[in-house]
Write a protein that binds this ligand. Structure first.
Ligand code: PDD
Length: 289
């Protein structure tokens, strides 16, 4: 069952008018929220990021956080699967085609849920391959906009060569993946590019940095040069749907030893443990939010 503008229906019955500004202009924003054991993971963070994206496109939030929470609970309850990923999507609504914002138009609000499957075990054991490409997206990548054409084209470059992800380089520095954040490891130090308008502030990215801080893993948040990515000991990919994955081949060459490294093993174990505490609803969890 999906939610569309106040109504609940099977997805096959859900339709939006062709003049929806999401369809015409890609004028909207979205969120992807994992739910484990039917409990949304880091919901407040996702709702805060949604507000940031809405502010970025000057669209009023149609709901309070409390209302969002109730709606998302209903979506989870009316779909199958203990682990789900929630997709919510807000556009500037339906109006005669004109670039300028329409007046007094209700936004379109759509929420769906899909089963959330863990990354394939063999990829965690052997690692995945990635390619690099120039980051040719706009310069508001901190806004989770539904207009994803550059991301789609960049990710397809990876799919075309049977790779998992395209790692993006802008002006000689690492930004992120086409649909993920990227960390590297050099000399046993975890390195993360700093949040800026050039990357999405990933919720999983935050979890990884918080886990590193609380477990005394050496880490630095700083600009990462392309040459450092190419000579990294490890490369790690994070996202809400892929969690943490090791990248062991970059542009056809092995990363470090070509096998998932120690930093991946440690962070992956910590992440699974952290998820488990969330599922048990551990209120004393210091990272809970
Ligand atoms: N994508 N950067 C980009 C460009 C992304 O699209 C994503 C996630 C991330 C990781 O953010 P988070 O950890 O909050 O999921 C970084 C989602 C999963 C998607 O579009 O399907």
């Amino acid at each position: 069952m999906i939610y569309l503008n106040g109504k609940w229906m099977p997805i096959e019955e859900a339709c939006v008018p062709v003049l929806d500004r999401g369809f015409i202009f890609g004028d909207g924003v979205y969120e992807v929220i994992p739910a484990y054991s039917r409990k949304p993971f880091r919901l407040n963070r996702h709702l805060n990021r949604l507000q940031h994206s809405l502010d970025g496109i000057r669209l009023k939030n149609p709901f309070s956080n409390e209302e969002w929470k109730q709606l998302l609970e209903q979506v989870i309850a009316s779909n199958e699967g203990e682990d789900q990923y929630l997709y919510l999507h807000i556009t500037r609504g339906v109006a005669k085609r004109d670039h300028a914002f329409p007046l007094n138009v209700a936004p379109t609000v759509f929420i769906m849920s899909n089963p959330l499957l863990p990354p394939p075990a063999e990829l965690l054991v052997s690692g995945a391959s990635a390619i690099t490409a120039l980051d040719n997206r706009w310069i508001r990548c901190d806004v989770k906009a539904i207009s994803l054409l550059p991301n789609v084209l960049l990710r397809q470059l990876a799919v075309d060569v049977q790779s998992l992800e395209t790692i993006l380089i802008r002006d000689g520095f690492l930004t992120e993946g086409a649909a993920s954040n990227i960390f590297i490891v050099r000399n046993n130090i975890l390195l993360a590019p700093p949040k800026s308008h050039l990357m999405l502030p990933g919720i999983t990215y935050d979890v990884v940095l918080e886990l590193a801080a609380t477990h005394n893993i050496k880490h630095e948040v700083r600009e990462i040069a392309e040459s450092e990515v190419r000579t990294a000991d490890e490369i790690l990919l994070t996202s809400s749907t892929k969690e943490i994955m090791p990248i062991t081949t970059l542009d056809g060459k092995p990363v470090g030893t070509g096998q998932p490294g120690k930093m991946f093993a440690q962070l992956h174990a910590l992440y699974q443990n952290y998820k488990a505490t969330q599922m048990r609803g551990h209120v004393s969890d210091p990272l809970q939010s």
